[in-house]
Write a protein of this length. Structure first.
Length: 321
């Protein structure tokens, strides 16, 4: 009698396991069918698929950072001596060879930790805390960065609902499947959907090419929008709380504004830096162009970020002593 019951239990366990594996295989199949057109030539040992314009994949970087899903990503944020914080503007401005070469020459670990979807300080602080980051120098693109805004992907990561976590697990798996299929049989991967790849080591984006073509919209120094004074006051209050939570010497916080025609980023950054008693740095914007009026194009990002890190040297030396 006991033997019959034991066999019945084994059959039930085997059935449930098979059902679960079948459901997983079906879900991965759906994800693959929907997202196989994503660009794939940006994959490397260091770069993962941070975003693809497909219905099922879309944003992955928020969940990857919040839950530490990519190998070494949390330790790389934790060990970075210099962290760059902001939105996609800072990703565009500092995802350059000029920045990598500068810090590699000094043998200083850095990480560019901006996010798409106009993400701001709330999500960034959570990632810093969950990663137990201990930077010696922070560079913040304030346009303004200190707001209560949380993007849809950021809020989904905060909530951690079962459906979101399931999709996140499928995205982790899909990347490995996508990479293997497309390297083995590139003819089945049309690369019709734009994608952004991201470095696990430095956080830099690879997006000019995989996501958008290089363009040159001249930066004329004019601005389309202004930030109301009450919003600046809120940003100052939120900035005080953010910097207090981070606990870094204000002399080792550098506030800047990447050149764009949407906001007067330099003016906003100057106001915030003065109120928060931090450093500020504004390289020349002469001769620069943007992709879309908001993000520096790659050629200008190389030029502007090179000027920036050279100007950063005295502050960097003082903060790393």
């Amino acid at each position: 009698m006991m033997s019959v019951r034991f066999q019945s239990w084994n059959y039930l366990v085997a059935f449930l396991a098979c059902a679960l594996l079948s459901a997983l295989a079906f879900a991965i199949g759906q994800m693959t069918f929907d997202s196989i057109p994503c660009k794939w030539r940006g994959y490397s040992a260091d770069d993962f698929l941070a975003y693809c314009r497909s219905q099922r994949y879309a944003d992955y970087e928020h969940g990857a950072f919040y839950y530490g899903l990519e190998p070494d990503i949390r330790s790389n944020v934790r060990n970075a001596k210099v962290l760059f914080l902001g939105s996609s503007k800072i990703q565009a401005a500092f995802s350059t060879n000029a920045v990598r070469s500068y810090f590699d020459k000094l043998r200083i670990d850095f990480f560019v930790m901006g996010f798409g979807y106009a993400e701001s300080s709330r999500f960034a602080l959570s990632v810093l805390q969950r990663s137990e980051a201990t930077p010696r120098l922070l560079v913040i693109n304030a346009d303004p960065f200190f707001t209560e805004h949380v993007s849809v992907p950021g809020q989904e990561a905060f909530d951690g609902g079962p459906a979101f976590l399931w999709r996140l697990a499928l995205k982790v798996t899909f990347q490995r499947v996508h990479r293997a299929i497309c390297f083995a049989a590139p003819f089945v991967c049309p690369e019709s959907e734009p994608a952004i790849f991201r470095s696990k080591r430095h956080g830099q984006w690879n997006w000019i090419g995989p996501y958008t073509a290089e363009k040159a919209v001249p930066f004329d120094g004019k601005f389309e929008n202004s930030v109301p004074s009450e919003e600046i006051a809120k940003a100052i209050n939120l900035g005080e709380r953010f910097l207090r939570d981070v606990g870094l010497n204000r002399a080792c916080v550098v506030i800047t504004g990447t050149p764009n025609t949407f906001y007067d980023s330099v003016g906003i950054a100057q106001t915030l830096a003065a109120a928060l008693k931090t450093n500020s740095l504004f390289p020349s914007s002469a001769g620069l162009s943007t992709l879309d009026g908001v993000h520096l194009n790659l050629a200008s990002a190389e030029l502007w970020s090179g000027r920036f890190v050279e100007g950063l040297s005295p502050i960097l030396n003082a903060c790393l002593k």
